[in-house]
Write a protein that binds this ligand. Sequence first.
Ligand code: GLY
Ligand code: MN
Ligand code: MN
Length: 456
Amino acid sequence: MNEAALRNIGPMPVEISHDEFKARQQRLTSQLRPEDVLILCAAEESTHSNDVHYPFRTMSDMLYFVGWSEPEAIFVLRCVDGSWVSTLFVQPKDTLKEIWEGRRPGVEGALENWPIDEAHSKDDWTNLLSSYIEKSHRILLRTGVREDVDEFIREAIDRRDRSRQHFGTGPVSLEDPSSRISELRLRKSPAEIEQMRFASDVSSYAHVAAMRHSRPGRMEYQFQSTIEGFFVYAGTSGWAYPSIVGCGDNATVLHYKENNDVCEDGEIILIDAGAEFRGYAADITRSWPINGKFSDAQKEIYQLVLDAQYAAIDCCRVGQEYTAPHEAARKVLAEGLIELGIIEQTLEEALDPETGDLRKWYMHNTSHWIGLDVHDVGIYKPNGKPRLLEEGMCLTVEPGLYFGAWRPDVDCPKRYANLGIRIEDDVLVTSGEPDVLTSACPKTVEELESITGNAF
Ligand code: GLY
Ligand code: MN
Ligand code: MN
């Protein structure tokens, strides 16, 4: 099964080049002043239970500028005699630790194989950072990641020492560089898009494998295993976010996570699952009948959500406001629900964000940026105005309808009781048509009915 699915996926893309990493560093430093020092920290590892850590996944900004994924790293950019120098502090080689915890590139490996100018042991960061910031003016640091680094910088800013008195130098201000960095990360390069396309392809075929293995009586976690097993089999690092596998009324819980129920005949299964490849996420949701045949009621709602999704995808074009896909999806959904008699309001009333009935059945947004984070960085409303889409931006399009009969806050229409449908794809904005990165994942009624259960 896995081998056959793999044949549909192209070869792994080449890794992002050092030149590109250096160009990203340069794009950032071109916004800085020579007396600035930028510091990026990897978060600390966290404990799962005694002696066991959660799998470590570093900060996306560290991946973006350096591609370095080991714990305890600190990345520094500073200007020396007019040239910007990049420095990485890393875990040094340590045979005993490596025997237990795994091999480390160490200082020499970092210098040889990563896009940096200097590398040092993490044990030297305090001394060296002191000298780097001695003549600085402003420190760019996102606080709240490494407490010891935050404290070190705050003390340096507060200190009134000789150097400051004699030379008037030393850091005086702190700025969070996140918004500058998110501006860069928001527009994806061709090499990044290749990584995302691979994550999307793998995720698409993982969903197909789950569709093919559908039949009543299977457990939700068995679908999770098929999907996540394929993520790993195909060479990704696994899930980009915990998989949501909900059948029947569980599909009406947006972030359902138990994944431990039986899938009954006649139910719809909703799977929201995506792989992470070299840090880049895919985010796909598909919903299909567990027995391979939509009932009339299921088909009415499914087709409505699909029509809303098509309308929303069509808005993912240069110059459109980022809210345009959401508005398009909401309009199609509201019109459809009025036609089906589920909403007894005018279109205008139904769409009212405060009092409209659409929000009873569609309560989330249609899109978020996607990239190194599944909910990727990027300010949605810079200067208070909705951002206009540009070439290279990637966003999800994920309308849904959720009729939870268990909810005390609504009168759920009986015909659609406990039906949850979401359809989610990842879309790249291009100079032409929207490019659906996850287009290998089938979604029409006919496709889903013909694929479902065909592994048996
Ligand atoms: N998978 C989380 C989301 O769709 O936003
Ligand atoms: Mn999403
Ligand atoms: Mn999702």
